[in-house]
Ligand binder design. Sequence first.
Ligand code: ADP
Ligand code: MG
Length: 692
Amino acid sequence: MNVTELFGSNVFNDEAMKNLLPKEVYKSLRKTIDEGKSLDTNIASVVANAMKDWAVSKGATHYTHWFQPLTNLTAEKHDSFIEPSGDRVIMQLTGKNLIVGEPDASSFPSGGSRATSAARGYTAWDPTSPAFVKEGTLYIPTVFVSYTGETLDKKAPLLKSMTAIDMQAKRLLKLFGIECRKVSTTVGPEQEYFLVDEEVYSQRKDLQLTGRTLFGAPPSRGQELEDHYFGSLKTRVAEYMKDLDETLWSYGIFAKTKHNEVAPAQHELAPVFTTSNVAVDDNQLTMELMKKVAKKHGLVCLLHEKPFEGVNGSGKHNNWSLSTDTGINLLDPGDTPEKNDRFMLILACIVSAVDQYQGILRASVASAGNDHRLGANEAPPAIISVYLGDQLGAIVDSIVLGREYVPKQAVPGSIGVPESPIFPIDTTDRNRTSPFAFTGNKFEFRMLGSQASVADPNIVLNTIAAQAFADAVEALSGAKDFGKACRAYAEKLFKEHYRIIFNYNGYGPDWEPEAERRGLLNNKTTADAVPAFFGRESIDVFLRQGVYTEKEVVARANIALENYIKTINVEALTMIEMAKQDIYPAVNGYIAEICSVVAAKRAVSEKIACEKDVALAERLARDNEAMMNAVEKLETDLLEMPEGNGPASQKMAHVIVPDMEEVRRCADGMERLCASGYWPFPVYTDLMYSVK
Ligand code: ADP
Ligand code: MG
């Protein structure tokens, strides 16, 4: 199959619907998809039947309602199409089977929003994300809600947040005389990952149980030579990427760019952007397929945010924009943004929303894994700020400081090579250090962890932007001189929220104290970041935009804290096991070897030098003892966990994590001293350079 035939061949996409559905049914379904009109239930059975026939022609025997419970993973329960018919069976998918399912909800996290006795959960078809066939099963994307109507997943609130921003953006556009049927948010997530050899991976308990290495001294060669970034691909990696691209294309996922990343064994994949809802589903499927395809190549794909200490971790840049069904990108500044009232107002609204709700934006990307990146010297810092670039930065400065704005000419330049054609140099350089950067016609939210669902931050982004638009509509409706009122309102927002704008180096040592002076939040751990959700203002914004009920916000914040506590707990237990069962005996074995060497040397002659041997044995014995003391402290602290997610998460962040760092410090020191044959598992060099 060539690529154009391959693309989307496993998807019940628009083309399939157009070909297989009666015209009227197709039109009605399109209305639901494009305009959010509620689904005409009469057509469900026709769609179900066509979908089933199509899936069966692709070799499917089962179907599943595919949903996104409050983990970072997806869930599925497979039912076969077969129905008894006399002595035989027929293949059937009824309208009802398509529209609702009823998986038992009791074993999914609900954060206390549902009593365990109330196990009923419903999945309901989301026609805005296309169904697909994978490994003999028809996957039907669905939302997941409880018997009492509480949402139990990430898709339902995402869809609600998209509806909120659609409504508010349309109201805002109306003030500018622009009518459209729909404003959609679009997302393009850039996904980073590591690849290691399966053989080496299988010898590391920590990687298998926690997704990251809990021990490991930095390798002699890390990323300092800067030769991996965009470097040529190793054959095995190239073959993996080709296989992955083709697999993703068959599911209609626009995998577009791929390259080596900064750290050894690190890579990136970026799809072409699409509507948020589909982008989230696609990213979930992408992560799953990245792992599956790796297995076929004898590789393991690590999606953890920090598989290796000392080299860069993995993130996921969330490129986010807004556009109308008539094709206007609302974040396109045009050639003269300073004269573009609509753009400047929308920009002001977003800047104000990010400042006002910085706490929940930060909280939406908080996880145990991501704590290793944010605040360290690689990912954007844990402080939220907005980068606008030279041009917009200068315009906003002029508004706030009351100076005249003198536009810089976009220089028609050349890259200095005589043969290369002249091209206009961008009006803004890239700033890699900003957590929330304007990049031409979109914002790039760069704080996401690599294994997280993209849904969480987008729910928050859409909700807070919708609220800012709603506030603008309220302030500007009925203004006598709309243009003047609009500029004045944007100016007011820029002035009130100027502190969030930071156009310089976010990694620099000056930024933290400067941010503190500005009163910006700097929540470095999940335990400190997540409580922002419990604040009155945070709960209210979700309520006002109809995205969550109060109970749902609280439940989700609790789940985030519970996840954090459980993750650190598993890491701590794994660490204790490895220290006691693998490292301690291995080091003792090496000490015994040294001692027998010393004894042998002494037996030959008292004159043979043994000083170094003795010193090394003594040092290792001391360090091994120190490690066991650190392990004991960790064990004791784990036993005394306070009640409640708040205090327990605090203890994890500020007692258990430092305890673990101490155990690791002792072990990594010994790894450097131990003969390589004695160390009980593969070290960093083996892991990072395992793929030849
Ligand atoms: P970077 O320079 O950050 O590595 P890439 O070109 O790798 O940039 O990725 C940019 C991402 O932004 C791609 O996924 C792209 O599809 C996405 N993108 C481009 N335009 C938009 C838009 N209007 N809305 C959302 N995402 C967009
Ligand atoms: Mg990027």
